[in-house]
Structures are given as structure tokens and as C-alpha cells.
Design a protein around this ligand. Structure first.
Ligand code: HEM
Length: 458
């Protein structure tokens, strides 16, 4: 069984590049090897990157038992726990997905419409004309509040604020490229006290765990009454044997939703606000579309706007938040793009390289939302949320949040970039994000010709 070609670079050197310059890592190998390549061939199991839509289609359409996906990395297991959806496989994974999916779909998302708009307005209520702000800090504040309320139904108060602050600190502790080395080199995961990077992460995680367990126990004691949040839904669910979820299972699922549910969306929103203000023609078009809805638009109408939707899709295309989907490990041999890959091969469908395939996305480095209005892309051509049985369960919520937050901000404010030099994504643990320091200045919205307003902001 021949593996596809790939580099013979020593693992350590390869990993340093993957951590520090991940886009170049992928682009350089793609230039040499093309649609499929294998790394780490001298140290099995080989890791195969699948970069062509046909190969991705094969993977997304394959029978569920062809892969183990849920094994996850050690850090994911440590953070999310062994009962998290992300690390489950087989029937347990499917059952848990069936349980978790309903509140994230269709009509059920309507309950979040007003919540998202209100949280956005509240987060910007104290803004003063001319002030500058860090875009990521704002977006993280908004997405964390949304997920805390949706998942726990928590109203603002002590526990809400504590969880918000601890979760942010915990994820920031793994955020820098240096701290990301902890994820890729397990030998560095040593607790050398509260000031060591791993020690700090471990202590913050313990505090978050404590708060989650307190909330679960209190909810048990007070009863669920008619609450509609996801914690209550999980607590009232019963398996085939009539058994409720155990506390540790509840904890793992809550931690999964809280962490998967806000960092990614905050990064996507930071990019979206950046792109809209880096390219005046995009801002003009978007503001014109929003203005057509009048002063008090219905959030459901906002969510249907075609150009706004295209701006969000293009944001997720050009710099996808995860460069690959989650991992798939073959349980049986499988032929992909002409190569017969042995059982045990680790597959990474490569979102970033497919999103820059010149046949699908001409001039792929240009931010051009119109490409999404000109043609439809198949799920294996546009895959910011992965696909198949592992498709992100929060995708619809994330897109809704992106549209409503962006629209709410633009309805009330004008923005200007502080620094007009182009920016590139940087590593943020397992994901890619805009640089943390990206800042903007703010002005209240002045109702006049859009061009004139834009001139004022610069
Ligand atoms: C822009 C925001 C988001 C992006 C880019 C994103 C991306 C992804 C990706 C790429 C995967 C792996 C899919 C695969 O391997 O095929 C995934 C899985 C997952 N996502 Fe998201 N996600 C986002 C928001 C959310 C939100 C808001 C939630 C929950 C509230 C969420 C919860 C999950 C969960 C639980 C999984 C694991 C699914 C499984 O293993 O069955 N994500 N996401």
C-alpha cells in the first residue's frame, strides 16, 4: 500500500513550522505535492492531508465506522473530558449528537435573536465617540455572554461574571503561539506551579470545573421547572435504559459547548469587522443593504440578507478558523484520490487549501463576498464547519451570531481601522485568529451619504 508523497523533514522541525507559520507549512507542501500529501512517514502512523474537494467528498460521505474521529488530542481530552461529544465515537457519539442538536437548529434559534442583539448593544452602551477598542475583546465578551445564557440560561450575576472571566483567562492561557507548543509537545505539559504556563491553565480549569459542578448541583436541588436552556435539556434527557446523564457527562458536555461555542465565533466576528472596514466598497454595499430594512429591522430579516450572508461566508473562507477539520483515523484501509491508505492512517481534510483552490476560488487571496452570490458551493468545497457526521453542531448559531452582531454594530456606529496595513492570521491554540491587538476607533452613526460618512471616519 503506497502512501502519497510527502516531506522527509524531521518531525521536530516540521512541528515548529506548523506551530509558528502554519499557513506557509500548508502552502509550501501543497506547492510541491499537490492535492494529497503524507507527513511523518518515517514515524507511523502517517498523517495525510487531503486537499482536493473530491477526496474531502469521499471522507464526508464514508460510513461512520470507517473512522475514529473522537480520539482527540491529549489536551482536548484533558480540557473537555472523556465524555465530551468531541472525543466520543460510534453509537455513543450519534446518540449524544441527537440529544444536543435540537436546540441549535431551525426555529429553536429564534429564541436567541433578541438575546444576541441586546447583548451586543449592552457591550457597546458605554462607548464614547472617538474611543479606540480592541476588536477581539469586544467580540469575545459578546460571544461568551451569548453562549453562557444559551447553555446555562444564566442571568448576569456573580456566577455568570466569574465563569465569564475564568473561561476567558483559561483559553487565553493557551492562546499565544508559545503556549500552543504545550498542545503539540505533550512533554511540556508539566505543572511547575501557578506561574508556569501549564500550571496556570490547570488551576484555571479547576476553578471553571468547580463553578460548572456548583451550577449542576444547584439546578438539581431547585428543579428544572420550565427552563429552556441546554443544561436543563440535558438534565431532563434519559437514555434507552431510562437513566439520566451523570454529573461528569454533564460537565464534559457543558465545557465542550462553552469552549467550542465562543472562541471560534469571536475570531470569525473579529475578522468580519476587520474586512468590512479594510475594504470601503464592502462597507458601502453592506450598509446600503442594511439601510433597506429601515430603523428597527426584524432579526429574522437581517439573518436572510444575501450580501451580509456572503460577507460572513467569505470571512470564513479566506482564513478559516480551523485550518483542517477534526482528525479522522482510518479503522480499515481506504482508497482516497488514488492512494490505498492503510488502517491507522491519520487524515486531515484541509479546509484552508480547499478554500484557496484556484479552480473553485479564483484570486483566492482577495476578499470578495460576491463569489458566494455568483455560485453555490458544495459542502466539500466550502467547509469552515467541517462535514459529514462530525459537522459542527453550532454552525447555524455561529452564522446567526455573526450576522446579527455585525448588523447591530453597523446600525449604531461607524468604525475606522487604526492601522491600515494588511494583517495575517496568527495561531491561537488549535485555531487561527486575527492578531489579538487589532484595534479600531468608534464614532456614532451619522445619517448621511455613506461616502461622506466614511470620509469623516478616516
Ligand atoms: C465560527 C464559529 C465556529 C467554527 C468555525 C466551528 C468549526 C468547527 C469545526 C471545523 C468542527 C469539526 C468538524 C469536523 O471535524 O468535521 C467543529 C465541531 C464542533 N463544534 Fe464548532 N465551530 C464554530 C462554532 C461552534 C459553536 C457556536 C458551537 C456550540 C455552541 C460549536 C460546537 C461544536 C461541537 C460540539 C463540535 C463537535 C461535533 C462532533 O464531534 O460531532 N461550534 N466546529
Amino acid at each position: 500500500m503506497a502512501l502519497p508523497p510527502g516531506p522527509q523533514t524531521p518531525r521536530f522541525i516540521r512541528m515548529l513550522k506548523l506551530i509558528g507559520r502554519p499557513l506557509e507549512y500548508l502552502e509550501d507542501y501543497y506547492r510541491i505535492y499537490g492535492d494529497i500529501f503524507a507527513v511523518g512517514q518515517n514515524r507511523p502512523p502517517a498523517v495525510v492531508y487531503v486537499n482536493h474537494p473530491d477526496g474531502i467528498q469521499q471522507i464526508f460521505a464514508a460510513e461512520p465506522d470507517r473512522f475514529r474521529s473522537g480520539s482527540g488530542g491529549q489536551v482536548l481530552r484533558f480540557l473537555l473530558g472523556d465524555a465530551s461529544l468531541v472525543v466520543l465515537d460510534g453509537d455513543r457519539h450519534l446518540q449524544r449528537r441527537r440529544l444536543l442538536m435540537p436546540p441549535f437548529h431551525g426555529e429553536r434559534l429564534r429564541v436567541y435573536h433578541q438575546l444576541i442583539c441586546q447583548i451586543t448593544q449592552r457591550a457597546t452602551a458605554s462607548w464614547q465617540t472617538g474611543q479606540t477598542f480592541q476588536v477581539r475583546t469586544l467580540m469575545q465578551e459578546i460571544t461568551l455572554s451569548v453562549i453562557l445564557q444559551a447553555v446555562f440560561g444564566l442571568q448576569e450575576g456573580d456566577r455568570f461574571n466569574q465563569l465569564k472571566s475564568l473561561l476567558s483567562q483559561m483559553l487565553d492561557a493557551l492562546g499565544s503561539p508559545l503556549a500552543a507548543s504545550l498542545i503539540f509537545f505533550p512533554a511540556l505539559q508539566k505543572d511547575w506551579g501557578a506561574w508556569s504556563p501549564w500550571g496556570r491553565f490547570v488551576r484555571l480549569k479547576q476553578q471553571v470545573d468547580d463553578l460548572i459542578y456548583q451550577e449542576i448541583r444547584e439546578r438539581k436541588a431547585t428543579g428544572l421547572s420550565d427552563r429552556a436552556d441546554i443544561l436543563s435539556l440535558l438534565m431532563s434527557a434519559r437514555d434507552e435504559a431510562g437513566q439520566p446523564m451523570q454529573e461528569v457527562e454533564l460537565r464534559d458536555e457543558l465545557m465542550t459547548l462553552l469552549t467550542a461555542g465562543h472562541e471560534t465565533t469571536a475570531s470569525a466576528l473579529t475578522w468580519a469587522l476587520y474586512w468590512v472596514h479594510a475594504l470601503p466598497e464592502v462597507e458601502t454595499k453592506l450598509r446600503a443593504e442594511l439601510q433597506q430594512l429601515g430603523d428597527h429591522p426584524d432579526p429574522a430579516e437581517i439573518a436572510r440578507l444575501p450580501y451580509l450572508t456572503a460577507v460572513c461566508q467569505e470571512t470564513l473562507r479566506i482564513y478559516p478558523i480551523t485550518l483542517t477539520t477534526g482528525v479522522r483515523v482510518l479503522t480499515t484501509p481506504m482508497e482516497i484520490l488514488g492512494y490505498e491508505l492503510p488502517a491507522g492512517t491519520v487524515l486531515f481534510p484541509c479546509t484552508y487549501l480547499v478554500h484557496h483552490n484556484p479552480q473553485l476560488y479564483p484570486q483566492s487571496k482577495q476578499f470578495r463576498p460576491d463569489r458566494f452570490l455568483e455560485r453555490q458551493f458544495a459542502p466539500y468545497e466550502f467547509l469552515p464547519f467541517g462535514g459529514g457526521l462530525r459537522y459542527c453542531i453550532g454552525a447555524a448559531l455561529a452564522l446567526l451570531e455573526m450576522k446579527l452582531v455585525l448588523a447591530t454594530l453597523l446600525q449604531h456606529w461607524q468604525f475606522g481601522l487604526i492601522d491600515h496595513r494588511p494583517i495575517k492570521p496568527v495561531r491561537r491554540s488549535l485555531t487561527m485568529a486575527p492578531p489579538a491587538g487589532l484595534s479600531m476607533k468608534v464614532r456614532p452613526l451619522i445619517q448621511q451619504g455613506t461616502e461622506e460618512v466614511l470620509e469623516n471616519v478616516k
